[in-house]
Design a protein around this ligand. Structure first.
Ligand SMILES: [Ca+2]
Ligand SMILES: [Ca+2]
Length: 187
């Protein structure tokens, strides 16, 4: 204690880690030379448990195709009911989307069609995160496939048929004819 009556006590980390979760009352007692006591107390909230967080399936099969990318796709999930009102953040392709945890613990985050359509086709890590009031963070990652970029849509080209004039004559029907062409973006 200094001459102004200010004091401090260091609480070792090893002791803090032994504290039970929840509200922990702390009491400080001062005693003067005559043996008189004075006490002060406060309550400190201990929360070392990160929230639970689960992710549902998006676009039926976690594959977003061209048709699905034309409308908003909603990612649903669950979280600890204790996190009601807090924000779930979803990262996809360098963009962030958010939704709130409901009173039942359910949440949903919308991925807008313009964002889905602008991403190159490929496999993406979709990362959802939720931070509780104490700062404990839970992150859950799932892999989704985007097959939605129309520039990558399969194309079919058919070459001219039957002696280059596309007309099947009586003579042409007497022999086999070959139909040929080419495709792009077909795996
Ligand atoms: Ca917590
Ligand atoms: Ca799908």
């Amino acid at each position: 204690m200094d001459t102004n009556g200010n004091w401090h006590v260091t609480l070792p980390a090893a002791d803090l880690q032994q504290l039970p979760e929840g509200n922990t009352p702390l009491q400080v007692t001062a005693t003067d030379i005559a043996g008189n006591h004075g006490t002060g107390s406060f309550s400190s909230l201990v929360d070392i448990t990160p929230p639970t967080l689960t992710l549902g399936t998006i676009a039926t099969d976690d594959i977003i195709n061209i048709q699905e990318a034309q409308s908003t796709q909603t990612l649903n999930g669950t979280a600890s009911v204790s996190e009601a009102g807090r924000t779930v953040t979803v990262a996809l392709g360098g963009q962030f989307y958010t939704g709130k945890v409901g009173n039942d613990g359910n949440w949903s985050v919308d991925l807008p069609s313009h964002a889905l359509a602008s991403l190159p086709n490929g496999v993406y890590s979709l990362v959802a995160s939720l931070t509780d009031a104490t700062g404990n963070v839970t992150q859950v990652t799932k892999t989704i496939t985007l097959d939605a970029n129309s520039a990558m849509r399969p194309t079919v080209t058919v070459n001219a048929f039957v002696s280059e004039d596309n007309t099947i004559s009586a003579a042409d029907t007497k022999v086999s004819q070959i139909l040929s062409g080419s495709t792009t973006n077909v795996e």
